[in-house]
Design a protein around this ligand. Sequence first.
Ligand SMILES: Nc1nc(=O)c2c([nH]1)NC[C@@H]1CN(c3ccc(C(=O)N[C@@H](CCC(=O)O)C(=O)O)cc3)CN21
Ligand SMILES: CC(C)C(=O)C(=O)O
Ligand SMILES: [Mg+2]
Length: 324
Amino acid sequence: MSWPYFVRVTSRTIRRQRRWMSVRPKEGPDEDAQSRPKVTIQTLQALKESRVPITMLTAYDYPTAVSCSSTPSIDITLVGDSLAQVCLGYKSTTQLTLDEMIHHAKAVSRGTTHPFLVADMPFGSYSGSMDDAVNNAVRMVRESQIEAVKLEGGEEIADLVRRLTSIGIPVMAHIGLMPQRHVALSGYKVQGRNVASAKALVRTASVLEEAGAFSMVLEAVPKELGRYITEKIAVPTIGIGAGPWTNGQVLVWDDAMGTWLGHKAKFVRRFANLQIARETGVQSFANAVKDGSFPDPQRESYTIDPAEWARFMEDVAIDSDGEA
Ligand SMILES: Nc1nc(=O)c2c([nH]1)NC[C@@H]1CN(c3ccc(C(=O)N[C@@H](CCC(=O)O)C(=O)O)cc3)CN21
Ligand SMILES: CC(C)C(=O)C(=O)O
Ligand SMILES: [Mg+2]
């Protein structure tokens, strides 16, 4: 598809400006954070239409949420159920409970300023009755103050998407590789690699868009299919391992920051190496204590008025005389 000249120039300008704004973090408290315009569903739709890439990162606690809010270039913070593996040490996302998700989403919510805040509904929390699924989504919104829920699934979740959307809970759909179904799918495998499954995914995307999903995550699909679905549906697509032509990109925090030491999927790029930074910090602390250089008696310790200390010493001397 060819876009008019002014659309390309505008989006390029916005992109450069946003890149420039995000070059280096400011020192000290982030005073701009409270005054930035809040990202809304409308903002995300406008980013798709102006072809400015949408950025989404996961967060699982207060400090990572604060970091995701530290630049206006991040559009969405996702409390992903990858929480289960990268933060809680479970084997798979299917072990995560609704209560655990709500507990972490609350912390993320307290640290989030301008980014649009989305959370995954955990495995099993939206597969029973419609009423149970709605109640669970309402709990997530009410208790965690998240703004939208993300659901993995195909046409079988369309009625739920319709229902949640109708009661004012925006839904982000998640299609392609659905980690909550890794057992049924015989592992974490790229989806849509043959005619039949590619066509099925395109159909699924359209059905979920029609049901009211405001956006869609495409996980682990061929880049050609990522582009095709992105052009076919009107709502923004956000890819993870879906190539460069989706409307946005998402990565798991620990993959992007180098704190996940497990499997590294093909689509992961490390943008920082926080594991090395923190282990260096751990070693430095231990060294400084072991060699007696921490804490410094002048700068890192408290004092008592010398006269008060002299009286204290007299006092304890009398006490121990009495005992003797
Ligand atoms: N650290 C982390 N990053 C993630 O992206 C992530 C999680 N955890 N946990 C929940 C799910 C699981 N995810 C995964 C896990 C593995 C692959 C993976 O191994 N993919 C293979 C493709 C294999 C094939 O189809 O041949 C790869 O090598 O990329 C992909 C997504 C995505 N989510
Ligand atoms: C990787 C994203 C899309 C996700 O679902 C998660 O982190 O759980
Ligand atoms: Mg997830």
